[in-house]
Structures are given as C-alpha cells and as structure tokens.
Design a protein around this ligand. Structure first.
Ligand code: 5AD
Ligand code: FES
Length: 357
C-alpha cells in the first residue's frame, strides 16, 4: 500500500463527510483500500453520530411473532421449504405480554417482526397495533412483516404503526434474482419502499453484506441507492449461512466490511438510525460494540418469549436465544458502557427532516 493511497482515501473521507456523496469510482476506491483508512473513517463516522445523536444509543424491543413464511428466499432459515424449522405463531395475548415486559424494562419502541404469514390478516394485525397503542401511547410501533399492498400499509399506519422496516436486500436487480425465487421481484420490493415513504412511515431499508454473488461493485451500488432513497433507518448485517438452506456452503460476510459500510452510511446519511445488528454480534463476540464505534446508534434486543427464540433462526448460531436471553438488556448496557455511549429509553425518533424527501 502506497502512502499516497492513504492520503487519497483520507481526502475522500473528508469529502464524503462534507458533501455526503461520492462518485461510484471514489466509493470503489475506498472499499478497495478499506484496510488502510478504516480508522480514519470510524473517527469521522463516530464524530458525526455524536454530532447528531450525542452518546445516546436507542433500543428497540424486537418481538418475533411468527416464523411461518410464504416466501422462499434462498438465504433465509425460515423459508417455506425448510422442513426442519419448527413453526410457531404468537397470539395477541402473547404479543401484549412481550410489550408489557418490554415496557417495564424501559423499551419505548416495539418492532413486530415476522415472516410473511398470511395467517395474520390486516384485521388481526390492526387489532394488535391498536391495542399496543392504547396501552402504551408513548411508544412507537415498527412493523417488519414484508411486502403487503399499499392499502394494507395505509390501514396499519392509520391503526397507529409509526415505522416500517423492509430491507431491500440488494440494490442490484440481477443480484436480487440470484438470492430469491422467481416469484419474488426487485421491482415490487422497491415499490413497497416507495409506498411506505409516501404513506409517511419512518422507513428502514437495508442489505446483507457478503451475501452470495455480491461484488465490491454491488456494495458501491448499495451506497448510491441509499443516497437516493434517503431512508430514515438502514439495517445491515453480514450474511451468515443457515444449514438448511441452498446457501449452506456459502461463505459468511465479514465483520470488517460490515463495519466499513456502517461508517460510510453514517457519513452519507448523518441522521440515519443505524442498528448494530444481531447478525454482526453473531459473527464476532464484540461485533455490536464495534458497530457502535463505526457509527451505529441503535440496538434491537429480543423481547420474544424465551421458548420460541431458537425457532426464529434466520441463520446459524444466532446469539441471545438461550435461557440467559432475558438478561439481554443488562448485558447490553454493560457492553455499551464500554464504548463510551449509553443506552437511553426514549422513543428515539429520527432526527432529520420529517419527510426526508
Ligand atoms: N444471514 C444474515 N441475515 C439474514 N437475513 C435473513 N437471512 C439471513 C442470513 N442467512 C436478514 C435479511 C432479512 C432480515 C430480517 O434478516 O436481510 O431482511
Ligand atoms: Fe421469508 Fe424471505 S424467506 S421473506
């Protein structure tokens, strides 16, 4: 590595911090030379996080309420073809109990996440959303239940849902087709994200790092995609193979590139809500702490009942699924203290222009 490369990288990072965008060539140069400039990137990205959000780390209580899924994404452990998955559904009462316990622990955002499970009709979900809002009017509700119609999204919003997570998974149509069965389409995914924005949700997009067939050029595409979409939240984590999927023998994504992408995303979207994900904590015992130091500002501990946690296995060896899981929040608090940040219990809304258009 020539000294000149380091200087060029650092200049590009300065430029990105000011202009919040780079050309594709410049992004690629940074990604290729990441080893030499990552410390400088993380210095900048953590400064930007601090400028916008101080040392506050927001927590979201994740309620994984169903692992039934009608889709068959090639990477996902709860895909419909996985006959080894033990399927479960939480009742409304189960979900309300999770929310109650979460509220008592200090959570002010609940993320209702599940596979695409038609058992939960719009009516059933609306009923659950309304009840949570009635019991906890000071809390935000985030949905993460995949692709639905504009009309359904509209009804959920009216019922009280505030935010919606829908990772686009990859910003390249051809790459998308390699990760998904033919009945799923990139176009519909993007349409859903647009619909959610139009309806006034705080919207989260995101992708896997190191998914099969992903190239460095694909990573550049991700950054350009995010520049244009300007989502309020971005969920990224390493791809991790699951033993009962067609991708079981594929290589996992790395901590190192995931952290580098987190840093770049913080500079492109200074206000973004950026989780240090469970997948990152799974491939590296200190992954989430490292994620915070790279610019992340959100953690999403699990609030699902302990007896179903092992069943929501999107990938192998997922952390925080054992008996000790109930103490997750205490464990996380200690871990975050070690980064110089602190967990706060506010709703943690997006700190930018509301529409983010
Ligand atoms: N490895 C990492 N992340 C995965 N997801 C699904 N399967 C895997 C896997 N094998 C991610 C997807 C999905 C989110 C809920 O979990 O990005 O959107
Ligand atoms: Fe369920 Fe991908 S397998 S949405």
């Amino acid at each position: 590595m020539q000294k000149q490369h380091i200087v060029m990288c650092n200049e590009l990072i300065d430029k990105l911090r000011i202009e919040k965008k780079l050309s594709k060539k410049e992004y690629l140069f940074l990604i290729k030379n990441r080893e030499e400039c990552k410390e400088y990137l993380f210095k900048n990205s953590s400064e930007v996080r601090k400028e916008v959000y101080g040392n506050d780390i927001y927590i979201r209580g994740l309620i994984e309420f169903t692992n039934y899924c009608k889709n068959d994404c090639l990477y996902c452990g709860i895909r419909r073809s996985n006959k080894n998955a033990q399927r479960y559904r939480l009742t409304k009462e189960d979900i309300l109990l999770c929310a109650k316990q979460g509220y008592e622990l200090g959570f002010r955002t609940f993320v209702l996440q599940g596979g695409e499970d038609p058992f939960y009709s719009d009516e059933i979900l609306i009923n659950i959303i309304k009840e949570i809002k009635l019991n906890y009017p000071d809390c935000a509700i985030t949905l993460s239940i995949g692709e639905r119609s504009f009309d359904s999204y509209k009804r959920f919003k009216k019922a009280g849902a505030d935010r919606y997570l829908l990772r686009h998974e990859t910003a390249d149509k051809y790459h998308y087709q390699k990760l998904h069965p033919k009945e799923m389409s990139y176009e519909n995914r993007i349409k859903c994200l647009e619909n959610l924005k139009k309806l006034g949700y705080q919207v989260g997009a995101g992708f896997m790092v190191g998914s099969p067939y992903q190239t460095e050029e694909n990573l550049v595409k991700e950054l350009v995609f995010l520049e244009n979409l300007k989502p309020h939240m971005v969920g990224i984590g390493p791809f991790i193979p699951h033993k009962d999927t067609p991708f079981k023998d594929e290589k996992a994504g790395t901590v190192e590139i995931t952290l580098f992408m987190l840093g770049l995303i913080r500079l492109i979207l200074p206000n973004v809500l950026l989780p240090a994900t469970t997948a990152l904590g799974t491939i590296d015992p200190l992954g989430r702490e490292k994620g915070i130091k790279a610019g992340a500002n959100v953690l999403m501990p699990n609030l699902s009942p302990v007896n179903v946690r092992k069943k929501y296995m999107l990938y192998d060896n997922k952390i925080c699924t054992g008996d000790e899981a109930a103490q997750c929040i205490e464990c996380l608090k200690k871990r975050i203290d070690s980064t110089g940040c602190k967990i706060v219990t506010s709703r943690g809304d997006y700190k930018g222009e509301k529409s983010n258009e």
